[in-house]
Design a protein around this ligand. Structure first.
Ligand SMILES: C[S@@+](CC[C@H](N)C(=O)[O-])C[C@H]1O[C@@H](n2cnc3c(N)ncnc32)[C@H](O)[C@@H]1O
Length: 282
């Protein structure tokens, strides 16, 4: 279904519709011709003309694409270029590089985590980007460690939030962080980063390490698993392989963002059954 049809059907927000049209390669002028004249979508596109140009430029210059296998260093270079062009849109085109839209989208993610009792620290934010989610989550948890393969993203996160003592951001080589101590995180969070782990063939390794890093009862929250929607059966495989129970499987809990939510929990170790008092010999 086209982005405009999906918006008309009430399936996606106008911001996501414009983000999709940009990702489909339409120019701002083509977008104005594609949206229904006089509609709320046309009015938003009109108000956001300057930002639509900025996002279109970023997508072209950073050569952003979501298809095919890529090695993590190629992905890192793509995000380095994107964040240098348009920081808010570099992590999410649907923000239209508008900091107010980005703040609203981030708030709905964090509000959902808090309401669901998932904001339990310390938190590992896998693929933390500009640090927007880590920073919004920080007041609710004791500490967030953000890891990202893109040095440009980590530099932007430190520029924005470097003075926040609850946050730490580090560049990785893209591999799963198996140097971190087992059982040390209440939440491992991956917002829109798993599709890249899948593209680079690193998803299984990241799952294995994430499951080990969780405290018993801790949650692994993946928001968007794969952009083509074809990977949901990974969840059952990972659940069996790594002792995680599945609590949510691809729900769409947000109004602004159309991200799909997957929640898995590290099970508590089985408790030995209490000994029953023996029967007195008679
Ligand atoms: C779409 S952005 C989302 C960023 C952030 N989670 C957010 O929602 O604002 C995806 C991020 O994942 C990072 N990434 C991709 N592959 C990675 C890997 N193998 N290890 C760590 N980060 C990775 C990218 O550099 C990028 O910053």
């Amino acid at each position: 279904m086209s982005a405009v049809a999906a918006w008309l059907a009430g399936e996606i927000s106008p911001e996501v519709a414009l983000g999709r049209l940009l990702l489909d390669g339409l120019t701002p002028a083509e977008i104005m011709r594609a949206v229904p004249p006089g509609s709320a979508l046309a009015r938003l596109a009109g108000r956001q003309q300057a930002n639509l140009h900025a996002v279109a430029r970023m997508l072209t210059r950073a050569r952003v694409h979501h298809a095919g296998a890529q090695d993590p260093q190629a992905i890192a270079r793509m995000f380095d270029r994107a964040v240098a062009e348009a920081p808010d849109a570099s992590v999410a085109a649907y923000t239209l590089n508008d900091s107010d839209v980005a703040a609203r989208a981030t708030a709905e993610i964090v509000d959902w985590l808090v309401a669901g009792g998932l904001a339990v620290g310390p938190v590992l934010d896998l693929g933390s980007g500009t640090g927007r989610v880590a920073a919004a989550l920080a007041p609710h948890v004791d500490h967030v460690l953000g890891l990202d393969v893109s040095a440009g993203m980590v530099a932007e996160a430190k520029r924005r939030y470097g003075t926040n003592l609850r946050l730490r951001f580090e560049v990785t080589g893209g591999q799963a962080p198996d140097h971190l101590p087992a059982g040390s995180f209440g939440l491992v969070l991956a917002v829109d980063s798993f599709p890249y782990l899948i593209q680079s063939g690193l998803a299984d390794a990241h799952m294995a390490v994430s499951a080990r890093l969780l405290k018993p009862g801790g949650a692994l929250v993946i928001l968007n698993l794969a952009y083509d929607g074809s990977e949901t059966d990974c969840i059952d495989r990972w659940s069996g392989m790594f002792g995680l129970s599945v609590e949510l499987r691809g729900a769409r809990p947000f109004l602004l963002w159309d991200g799909r939510a997957f929640v898995m929990r590290r099970e508590w170790p089985a408790q030995p059954a209490p000994e029953r008092p023996g029967r007195a010999a008679g």
